[in-house]
Design a protein around this ligand. Structure first.
Ligand SMILES: NC(=O)c1ccc[n+]([C@@H]2O[C@H](COP(=O)([O-])OP(=O)(O)OC[C@H]3O[C@@H](n4cnc5c(N)ncnc54)[C@H](O)[C@@H]3O)[C@@H](O)[C@H]2O)c1
Length: 492
């Protein structure tokens, strides 16, 4: 049993939170302070930062851990994954509050993210028992052929800050389920959720080295992880810029890689849309999670027939939005996650204005009782799809309305982007919904739903520059976390 488990949780909280390497909690080479973006006087904790040498130690430990973990047997692995899922769900109120405190999303979303993370573990626990391989007749009489899946080996997992738990868990759960060892490098802005998850995993009956937490900057430990020739697979979620770097570093070592990156999602509001539904979907898609979602609807493509009525209704909805501390009842838009996120969003507002977009709502920093990174939900109208604000990922509470003549033009504009994660349409027409599903060049399409909000048991991912490599989630995850072995046996 790991060292951390023998100490009361309250005691652990008052200490710097350690790295977890080879079944031990160990100090790093330095520490970072984690502060609440809604209240900068609130220090959530101090978290160890790994050295590059510690990253290499984790890789060596994982090589050994993986062999032992893969031998533990299906029922054992099933039990471990179920227990992790059970604890996440049982502690969702506490861990959800911590997640909202460190990342800034409203409490209901923080609690929901922890619950969903538990469900990922439960889902992949079931997958452990559902592995079905193939037996194939050989073309040669007397020879038996079977096609089996084996663990890929040591998996590096790099996650972003906007879903501190869920994006990591939808990689960690299948990696463990299919018999792999994990080196987990979370985003440095949100170490508390990563550490809490590790503390739960470390108390399970897993061989040393099966799971390793290596906190630290992307530019040092992240870079060393993606460049390691001793890992077998690397799953990354984050920006396009870093994703490109991951792709080339892993390709140089012929390491399997999977990338989920940026987006420029659009919601189409068609002539026949129910406008109340359209406004709900636009608000949830563009501003939930303060717009810091890879699935956020940053482009609202609206046909001219309903444009003015839609903009009026959405503006009224924004007037009622409550921006503030996400732990306060009724607050539905929290802060940006960091000073640099706030600065980047305010710069985008200036850039959009200079490019000719008309500000219909928001655009400014907001002051609240506590010092935090608050910004008004922002809506631009009179924008065109060639403006920079509609081409680059903004990643914040900024949405732009693009007026089009009809649904056909709307779908053309939707696809005129280098990204392709999610797309939505609000329409009562089955024919239009069917056409939209067929023509949208995205990995996920939503009809009469917000672009954000996906299920945990089906594949998730995009096309074009949003995603690269095998799909994540659902049964499709098996492709990435396993390798195929074809066996030929001739009975003597
Ligand atoms: N498509 C999806 O499923 C999905 C989901 C969530 C977030 N995202 C994307 O994530 C981005 C926001 O997250 P972010 O700001 O944390 O992204 P980021 O690319 O800055 O960082 C992501 C992770 O990569 C690490 N990293 C940074 N530099 C590295 C390097 N040189 N080598 C190795 N690792 C490095 C970071 O420390 C972090 O853990 C947005 O672009 C968003 O669209 C995508």
């Amino acid at each position: 049993m790991a060292q951390a488990a023998s100490q009361p949780r309250s005691q652990l909280r008052s200490q710097p939170h350690a790295l977890y390497l080879n079944g031990q909690w160990v100090e790093g080479e330095s520490q970072v302070e984690n502060r609440n973006p809604s209240d900068l006087s609130d220090v959530i904790g101090h978290y160890a930062q790994a050295s590059v040498e510690q990253l290499h130690e984790a890789v060596r430990a994982a090589e050994q851990g993986q062999k032992a973990w893969a031998k533990t047997g299906l029922e054992h692995r099933y039990g471990v994954l179920m227990a992790i899922g059970d604890e996440l769900i049982a502690r969702k109120a506490e861990l959800g509050e911590q997640l909202s405190r460190e990342e800034g999303k409203p409490l209901a979303e923080g609690v929901g993210e922890v619950h969903r993370s538990g469900q990922f573990f439960h889902y992949y626990a079931a997958e452990v028992l559902r592995q079905i391989d193939e037996r194939v007749d050989s073309v040669r009489p007397g020879v038996e052929v079977d096609v089996r899946r084996e663990p890929v080996g040591v998996v590096g997992i790099i996650s972003p800050w906007n879903f501190p738990l869920a994006t990591a868990v939808w990689k960690i759960a299948p990696a463990l389920a299919f018999g792999n060892a994990v080196i987990f490098k979370p985003a440095n802005l949100v170490p508390a959720s990563a550490w809490a998850l590790t503390e739960i995993i470390a108390r399970q009956d897993i061989p040393a080295g099966t799971f390793n937490l290596v906190m630290g900057p992307g530019s040092s430990v992240g870079d060393a992880l993606i460049a390691s020739p001793d890992i077998h697979a690397l799953s990354f979620t984050g920006s396009l810029e870093v994703g490109r770097r991951v792709a080339s570093a892993t390709a140089a070592n012929l390491v399997k890689c999977q990338l989920e990156m940026g987006s420029k999602n659009a919601l189409i509001v068609a002539d026949d849309a129910d406008l109340d539904l359209a406004v709900e979907a636009a608000f949830n898609g563009a501003y939930s999670g303060t717009g810091q979602k890879c699935t956020a609807s940053s482009r609202l493509i609206v046909t001219e027939k309903v444009h003015d009525a839609f903009v009026d209704k959405l503006t009224q909805k924004l007037e009622q939005a409550r921006v503030g501390n996400p732990l306060t009842d009724g607050v539905n838009v929290g802060p940006l996650a960091s000073q640099s996120q706030l600065d980047a969003n305010l710069e985008w507002v200036e850039r959009a204005r200079k490019d000719g977009a008309k500000l219909a709502f928001g655009g400014e920093r907001l002051e609240r009782d506590t010092e935090g990174y608050f910004m008004a939900p922002t809506l631009f109208v009179d924008t065109t799809n060639d403006m920079a604000v509609n081409r680059e990922e903004v990643f914040g509470p900024v949405a732009c309305v693009i007026k089009v003549a009809d649904a056909n033009e709307a779908i053309e504009v939707l696809n005129d982007t280098r990204y392709g994660l999610t797309a939505g349409i609000i329409t009562d027409s089955l024919a239009l919904a069917t056409e939209f599903k067929a023509r949208a060049e995205t990995g996920c399409v939503m009809v009469n739903l917000a672009t954000a909000g996906t299920d945990y048991h089906v594949p998730f991912g995009g096309r074009k520059h949003s995603s690269f490599g095998p799909r994540e989630q659902g049964r499709y995850a098996r492709e990435f976390y396993t390798v195929v072995k074809t066996s030929y046996v001739k009975a003597n």
